[in-house]
Design a protein around this ligand. Structure first.
Ligand code: MLT
Length: 361
């Protein structure tokens, strides 16, 4: 996870106490544009509140007025991996704000001819891109693009590292559902502090090891007071995963995890990242599939979430995916609002050479 380890301000690299002249780069490197969204760990709770507020404001705005906000601003979508929900909602979000968008995908560009990420980024900047949304199979790629272009970079999923906009839209989905029955004025979903999700347990189930969605949620939700239970078999959930941070525990027994949870987030097995790992799918399905009998017996009131794509019949059955407790379609809808807010933040922020990309409060 190379770049994951560089979580400090840039410092001189020393060997035997001597300065080597090299700098260790980091997410808080001064050349990272402050409008970037590379990791949920870069957001303060105040940032999270602001993003949720903006999402609500932009979502409820008159369509014509909204389309004038960032008219003719240029946003590039750079996708090295396939995507349906994230790509479409980022694109719709940018267009709703009036921005011009261009999609560059690995299979139809010079990337296929071997052009590096750095050169592709510099080319997009030369063509007038003011913000790049990047999905890449390598963890840390958005940091490299941010450092080499100086543009605001929105991480649309990097390898097994993070998917910050997914965690924010998941948070908005949870808050909306949990507070749905209360009057919005007295208890707006944007009320964000370390107690906002106190008493809420979220089970994240399945291929945790390869899931950037699991990582971003496990890093964000406990900061608002939630308890996160990671659930899955050892090959997909190594024991060290509990060390991701406070408020995170491991429970291998799915039914015990369900019984404690108000929210259950199912994940698909990331076949493209298994790298030779052999899994007994029948055994997996037997132990970890969310099906109606299991759900009714252990968590009949829980909110069911899934970032998609769902593999029906494997981690989830259609009865659950299409059932009354499923928030899967709502997650997709919240995605557009959250991504409008992230784009507005990116296009509004002024580049700064002395200010970091944001630090945790
Ligand atoms: C992702 O891009 O990480 C997806 O939203 C989840 C998945 O691919 O399973």
């Amino acid at each position: 996870m190379g770049l994951l380890a560089t979580n400090n301000m840039p410092v001189d690299k020393k060997v035997n106490g001597k300065n080597t002249g090299e700098k260790k780069l980091s997410p808080r490197h001064p050349f990272i544009h402050p409008g970037s969204a590379l990791s949920v760990t870069h957001f303060t709770l105040e940032d999270v509140r602001h993003i949720l507020e903006q999402a609500t404001k932009l979502e409820s705005m008159n369509i014509e007025r909204r389309a004038r906000l960032y008219a003719k601003r240029r946003v590039a979508l750079l996708f090295y991996e396939s995507s349906t929900r994230t790509r479409t909602s980022f694109e719709l979000a940018a267009k709703s704000l009036g921005a011009d968008t261009v999609l560059v995908s690995a299979l139809s560009s010079s990337i296929e001819k071997g052009e590096s990420l750095k050169d592709t980024g510099i080319t997009l900047r030369a063509l007038g891109a003011e913000c790049i949304i990047l999905r890449h199979p390598n963890s840390g790629a958005p940091y490299l693009l941010a450092q080499t272009t100086g543009l605001p970079i929105l991480n649309a999923g990097d390898g097994i590292h993070e998917h910050p906009s997914q965690a924010l839209l998941d948070l908005r989905t949870i808050l909306t559902r949990l507070r749905g029955k209360r009057p919005p004025k007295s208890n707006p979903i944007e009320k964000i502090n370390e107690r906002t999700l106190r008493g809420v347990t979220v089970a994240i189930v399945g291929d945790i090891l390869h899931s950037r969605v699991a990582r971003s949620n496990a890093l964000l939700l406990p900061r608002l007071g939630a308890q996160v239970i990671l659930c899955g078999p050892e090959p997909l959930l190594p024991s060290y995963a509990a060390g991701i941070g406070p408020g995170v525990e491991i429970e291998r027994d799915f039914e015990r995890a369900l019984a404690k949870s108000q929210v259950v987030m199912m994940l698909r097995i990331q076949k493209e990242r298994l790298a030779g790992l052999q899994l007994d799918l029948d055994d997996y399905t037997q132990r970890y599939q969310l099906h109606l009998d299991r759900f009714l017996a252990h968590a009949p009131d829980a909110l069911v979430m899934h970032p998609g794509p769902m593999i029906r019949g494997l981690e989830i059955t259609s009865e659950i995916a299409d059932g009354a407790n499923s928030a899967v379609a709502e997650q997709v809808r919240h995605g557009t609002a959250i991504r409008m807010a992230l784009l507005a933040r990116a296009l509004d922020a002024k580049p700064s050479r002395s200010k970091s990309a944001g630090g945790r409060a």
